[in-house]
Design a binder for this molecule. Structure first.
Ligand SMILES: NC(=O)C1=CN([C@@H]2O[C@H](COP(=O)(O)OP(=O)(O)OC[C@H]3O[C@@H](n4cnc5c(N)ncnc54)[C@H](OP(=O)(O)O)[C@@H]3O)[C@@H](O)[C@H]2O)C=CC1
Ligand SMILES: O=C1O[C@H](COP(=O)(O)O)[C@@H](O)[C@H](O)[C@H]1O
Length: 490
């Protein structure tokens, strides 16, 4: 049952992902009830499903689309109207019998967050969760606006679902190369031995976007880059990079190791926020040779808005493994390129035997390419061809795509598949959500107390404000230019 089935997420991501699962034979007995507010006939809704899938998979063979869409039905229902849940229950009960669903029910909340709690309460009160099979709730972000609101939402959800029935989506956890962080770390002796403060000098996680805020100004004004990207995706990647090896690859063990990382993140006092976190907002600029407006000129954005569209920060993890190693994170809209990359910078060798004293040896880097290209590059040094014993940087590259002859599944496809199997590994546990909010709340408090007088402070099409560079320069580092790190795709 998809709540918000006429919305952007359902059309762009959920229907195409369900179709890919269907094509792969991963949806055996299923039916989908789409819930939206507008009035649509069954035919119109099925046609929407067909259209959205056709658009997403343009060019691929899709002669079974009509059959796929026949598993969908639509129910026009205002989720705030208590009287209409009874009808929804009847539809679900009928489909249960018609498609032999064994009383298994998955509710996907692809709607604005203010509806999450009330829907969960109604599902319980009106008997929709009263099933003889399993019941699961997949819930979109944002999970709250701060710790307090997240707690309140969690309490509402927990009236109807237990923690292990709740699947909180963080779509970065569905990305193939984010999942690969664990494999790279825990299946390679060469890395695990070096994965600590004795050998790593700093870790940089960048997720840059070219797009601006598009049509999401209303939401983004209340969120900003900190709540939109840092509280969830960026801190989740840090947790995966920093966690201890779990004793087993089970959801509970992995989540419990991640929770320890969140607990070890050094809380930052409001007075010293500028030493750790900087913010930015995009001004006009040139993106792909086109003049684009500033954030303050976007639709549904306050012309004097103080919302940040860029965040860079230094996260310190105060435990034995990571004491003294900064994890730098940076994310923003209207930057130079669309790219998510992790750069692990190893410490310098103790003495430079190979180059002239004025020439530094490039540090070893492990680059994990999350998107758009997927792969790993290890930057080493080797002897330069010729007579002299001089070192030169070389790269060992692995491209994830194309190797197995299949495309890596899209994040939503992977996550929906996991939720149908009851595998919650790549979803966020409440403890992670609560701890990440308490970390981020300090930053938002500091920024609310001192609105920026500098906004806009970076031009669209650049890599953010100069303060982001200064954050690393004062520690003796610099941002590795992620758009120059490419992995050769075979
Ligand atoms: N779009 C995206 O790429 C992403 C979205 N998300 C999250 O997913 C969720 C949905 O986002 P998105 O699809 O963009 O939102 P949209 O605004 O595009 O869609 C909202 C949906 O909710 C329905 N709706 C609104 N009010 C009611 C109501 N009172 N009763 C019943 N249905 C109602 C709308 O139905 P109707 O239009 O018929 O009124 C529509 O189907 C949000 O939580 C968002 O943060 C997360 C990551 C990415
Ligand atoms: O969750 C979100 O993520 C997208 C970026 O996702 P990506 O997979 O394209 O990297 C971001 O644009 C959006 O603002 C945010 O809500």
């Amino acid at each position: 049952m998809i709540f918000g089935a006429t919305g952007d997420l359902a059309n762009r991501k959920l229907f195409p992902s369900l179709y890919r699962l269907y094509k792969k034979g991963k949806l055996a007995n299923f039916a989908v009830v789409g819930v939206g507010r507008r009035t649509l006939t069954q035919e119109q809704f099925k046609q929407n499903v067909v259209n959205s899938v056709s658009e997403a998979i343009a060019g691929s063979k899709n002669d079974d689309l009509e059959t796929f869409a026949s598993y969908f039905c639509y129910h026009s229902h205002d989720v705030t109207d208590s009287s209409s849940y009874a009808e929804l229950k009847n539809i679900a009960d009928e489909l249960d019998v018609k498609y032999s669903l064994n009383g298994n029910r998955v509710f996907y909340l692809a709607m604005a967050p203010e509806f999450f709690g009330p829907i969960a309460i109604h599902l319980n009160q009106d008997g929709l969760t009263d099933v003889k099979g399993y019941k699961r709730l997949i819930i979109e972000k944002p999970f709250g606006h701060d710790l307090e609101s997240a707690k309140e939402l969690n309490e509402q959800i927990r009236t109807a679902f237990s923690e292990d029935e709740v699947y909180r989506i963080d779509h970065y956890l569905g990305k193939a190369m984010v999942q690969n962080i664990e494999t790279i770390r825990f299946s390679n002796a060469i890395f695990e031995n070096l994965w600590n403060n004795r050998y790593i000098s700093n870790i940089q996680v960048t997720s840059s976007e070219v797009l601006g805020v598009e049509e999401r100004g209303r939401y983004y004004e209340t969120s900003g880059a900190l709540r939109d990207m840092v509280q969830n995706h960026m801190l989740q990647m840090v947790a995966l990079l920093a966690m201890e090896p779990p004793i087993k690859l089970t959801p509970d063990e992995i989540r419990s190791e991640k929770v320890k990382v969140f607990r070890a993140m050094r809380p930052i006092e409001v007075e010293e926020m500028d030493k750790y976190f900087v913010r930015g907002q995009y001004g006009k600029g040139l993106v792909e040779d086109l003049e684009v407006p500033s954030y303050r000129e976007e639709q549904m954005v306050d012309p004097n808005s103080n919302t940040e569209t860029f965040v860079a920060g230094k996260v310190m993890i105060d435990n034995f493994r990571w004491a003294g190693v900064p994890f730098y994170i940076r994310t923003g809209k209207r930057l130079e390129s669309k790219s998510t990359k992790i750069v692990v910078q190893f410490k310098d060798i103790p003495m430079n035997l190979y180059n002239r004293p004025d020439q530094e040896i490039t540090p070893n880097l492990l680059v994990i390419h999350i998107q758009p290209e997927e792969g790993i590059t290890l930057h080493l040094n080797a002897k330069k061809a010729g007579q002299n014993m001089e070192a030169t940087p070389i790269k060992l590259s692995y491209a994830n795509t194309g190797i197995a002859g299949i495309n890596t599944p899209e994040a939503y496809e992977k996550l929906i598949d996991d939720s149908l199997h009851g595998d919650a590994t790549n979803f966020t546990h409440w403890d992670e959500v609560a701890l990440s909010w308490s970390y981020v709340d300090k930053i938002s408090q500091a920024w609310e107390q001192t609105p920026s007088t500098q906004f806009p402070n970076y031009a669209s099409g650049t890599m953010g404000p100069k303060e982001a560079d200064e954050l690393l320069e004062k520690d003796g580092f610099f941002w590795w230019p992620v758009n120059q790190f490419e992995v050769d795709v075979c």
